[in-house]
Design a protein. Sequence first.
Length: 109
Amino acid sequence: MTSSPAKKWAVLFTSVVLSVASVAPAFAQSASSAPAGDQAAAATPSAAASKAAAKAQRKAARKQARAKKNAELKQLESNGYNPARNDPNYPTDLQNAQKKAAAGAAASQ
């Protein structure tokens, strides 16, 4: 079952048209959308300051959460937990360190 060259060209042409037609809407721009430079110029200074303040708050929250996690890890390590060790008793080692840390915290209160 052989195809004629005309059929091959028709199939090729159809596949090219369909692939171009499916990609074209991705490059289209609606009337309400503007280039990124225009949107940045349209932003008011108070909006930019508000964004900067929100970004600073998120950064401070991440920094505080990281410090808390590092303190918890340091406390567990001081109670015998070693995260770098490839240990088959991993869950029990961690649980024992957590119990020791909780017992130490309860004793200090």
